[in-house]
Unconditional design. Structure first.
Length: 208
DNA sequence: GGGACGATCGAT
DNA sequence: TCGATCGTCCCC
């Protein structure tokens, strides 16, 4: 385990609690191109067999969803619309296929590398980009995966270990946490309205 | 083997 | 509001 990373028991909370506790923590990825990191500012919980919006609804186990049944603290990465990747933190006890989608980050380290990976028309050499431009790097699940260099290769990775791990960030109080329905799951019938999306209130880097 | 669809993004 | 773009999943 990496010295800095959050310990195993951090991931052993009930999924809705973990989804809130992930807010403010620092996601880090070390690659040959450089290190990137960002504070987690928005998450969504997907809770196993009973959640119609979850890939593991009904206990569906496929090559894609298999890692959701593994120990908490692993990376569940999937591809969507043939072109974007999304990063989830596996949660729940082994056998309970639950996960938390990381929806937005506040960039911290490696911003020039993020700019290159995202192909943004920003000067990577500059060093005081306006927030309204900077937020385009990581204010959505597909965007942050691209900015952080995350794809299928990280599927199943244990987030306690370098090169991809989560470390203690800033403490977020209960009053700063807002919640509401999850994004992009209108097909999920009653689950559509579950308030399982969490974000840091008024944070400029959230997705919507 | 085939077809429908998607936990998104970015341009219009 | 709509098209891109293709892996995944389920059905035949």
């Amino acid at each position: 385990m990496r010295v800095n990373s959050l310990p195993t028991d951090f991931y052993e909370l009930p999924t809705l609690d973990l989804a809130k506790n992930l807010l403010g923590q620092l996601l880090v990825h070390e690659t040959p191109e450089g290190l990137t990191s960002g504070y987690i500012v928005e998450t969504e919980a997907y809770i196993g067999p009973r959640d119609k919006a979850a890939h593991s609804y009904g206990g569906r186990m496929t090559p894609r969803t298999q890692v959701m049944f593994d120990h908490p603290g692993r990376a569940y990465v999937y591809q969507i619309y043939g072109m974007h990747y999304c990063l989830n933190v596996v949660s729940g006890s082994p056998g309970a296929p639950e996960a938390i989608l990381i929806r937005a980050l506040q960039p911290v380290d490696g911003i020039p590398l993020m700019i290159r990976r995202r192909n943004l028309a920003l000067d990577p050499q500059a060093n005081n980009w306006p927030v309204r431009r900077l937020r385009l790097l990581t204010n959505g699940p597909g965007k942050l995966a691209q900015a952080m260099g995350i794809d299928k290769q990280q599927y199943g990775w244990n987030l306690l270990d370098s090169p991809l791990f989560i470390q203690q960030g800033q403490r977020i109080s209960a009053e700063q946490i807002a919640s509401g329905p999850r994004i992009g799951i209108d097909y999920a019938e009653e689950a559509r309205d579950y308030p399982w999306r969490f974000w840091i209130r008024d944070h400029p880097f959230i997705s919507r």
